[in-house]
Design a protein around this ligand. Structure first.
Ligand code: UDP
Length: 357
């Protein structure tokens, strides 16, 4: 392929694009970047483009703050217009957001081959909008990049051997990003001193719809974090949606809540914390990259190898399970010297495979 359109829209996609666009820039491929606008706040979007030196998007669709259907529908319409003008050889999407699905549907109708980075992941929970997005995107993709063996097995089980698509195990592009920016973050971030953090603190993030949109689950997780905070300082860079729901529900956390942080700050928090509590997909892996045990406040995870290896514990939205996992994590010794996500060249493999496709 000589020219591709890449769709990004949400925070985890900016982190992935930072690694992959850098690798693509070293090839003969021309990449046209489209930002759907799904995430638009300065600290949910602009900061990543500035700090991580992601190319300025060629198009910004400014589509956000709508219901799933309205958002996805408008994105499909706008992306189709761009595809008709740009006539790319392929369209690349990341992960599992509405922007991912919209890009894939728009391209499929125009018979433009779809490249899916982070393919094959499954939570087996069809109530998650992300699960629906990733299954549908995988099914209509021509080139699928899987980060793990589990992802490859999922696609095999779904019959991908018979679909004529190319499936490649490339490793995890987020690991490439973590390695690259970890070497630079100390010089760029002052978050540890600004927040007066000392060793032993717990880093937490919370934004998954299944938790935020269920007041009982949300209260239960906040109660668990409050209890942990009585023993170890808990710091939460809070997603704007979660923050507004907490305010609406009248829930006042006892721990430190800060605005979402840029990636350099996030990397420094990950480096210095003792434990991670999250419902994020990306942050579960980043805990592993930075050699920290993780507690995941979900019932399932797509990153099953972390649970199997004892690096991650699933506790759902259960206050008591969260507290007991925290107590167990205090004495836990994990051997992080295992290669679960490749050798830091996942993005390079993506670029080379697209060039040859
Ligand atoms: N992240 C960040 N600042 C924050 C919270 C998260 O830079 O305040 C990064 C995090 O390190 C990871 C990505 O955002 O690289 C994950 O995004 P998110 O948790 O929103 O999405 P998910 O991975 O669950 O799809």
């Amino acid at each position: 392929m000589r020219k591709i359109i890449t769709i990004v829209g949400a925070r985890p996609q900016f982190v992935k694009a930072a690694a992959v666009s850098r690798a693509i820039a070293k090839t003969s491929i021309k990449e046209v970047l489209v930002h759907t606008g799904q995430h638009f706040d300065k600290n949910m979007s602009d900061v990543f483009f500035e700090e991580m030196e992601i190319p300025v998007p060629n198009y910004n669709l400014d589509i956000h703050s709508l219901s799933h259907g309205a958002m996805t529908g408008r994105m499909i319409e706008k992306i189709e217009e761009i595809l008709l003008v740009e006539k790319p050889d392929g369209l690349m999407v990341y992960g599992d957001t509405n922007s991912t699905l919209a890009g894939a549907i728009a391209a499929s109708k125009l018979h433009i081959p779809i490249i899916h980075v982070e393919a094959g992941l499954r939570s087996f929970n069809m109530m998650m909008p992300e699960e629906v997005n990733r299954i549908l995107t995988d099914r209509i993709s021509s080139l699928l990049f899987c980060p793990t063996d589990a992802a490859i097995s999922n696609l095999k089980r779904e019959g991908f051997d018979g679909y004529g698509a190319k499936v490649v195990k490339n490793g995890d592009v987020m690991q490439d990003a973590a390695l690259f920016y970890a070497a630079r973050s100390a010089a760029k971030s002052r978050i540890i001193s600004d927040l007066g953090l000392e060793s032993g603190f717990v880093l937490a993030t919370l934004h998954r719809q299944e938790n935020t949109d269920d007041p009982q689950k949300l209260r239960s997780i906040i109660n668990g974090l409050n209890a942990v905070n009585r023993e170890a300082r808990v710091v939460v860079p809070l997603h704007p949606r979660t923050r507004s729901i907490l305010a609406k529900q009248g829930i006042n956390p006892e721990f430190d809540v800060v605005d979402p942080v840029g990636y350099f700050d996030m990397v420094e928090l990950l480096k210095h914390c003792s434990l991670v509590v999250t419902d994020s997909g990306g942050v579960q892996k980043e805990a592993f990259f930075f050699r920290k045990p993780c507690i995941t406040v979900r019932e399932q995870t797509e990153w099953v190898e972390l649970v199997d290896g004892g690096f991650n514990t699933l506790v759902g939205a259960d206050t008591n399970l969260l507290i007991s996992a925290f107590n167990q994590a205090k004495n836990k010794k994990c051997n992080f010297d295992v290669n679960l996500y490749g050798n830091g060249v996942a993005s390079q493999i993506v670029a080379q495979e697209i060039e040859a496709f």
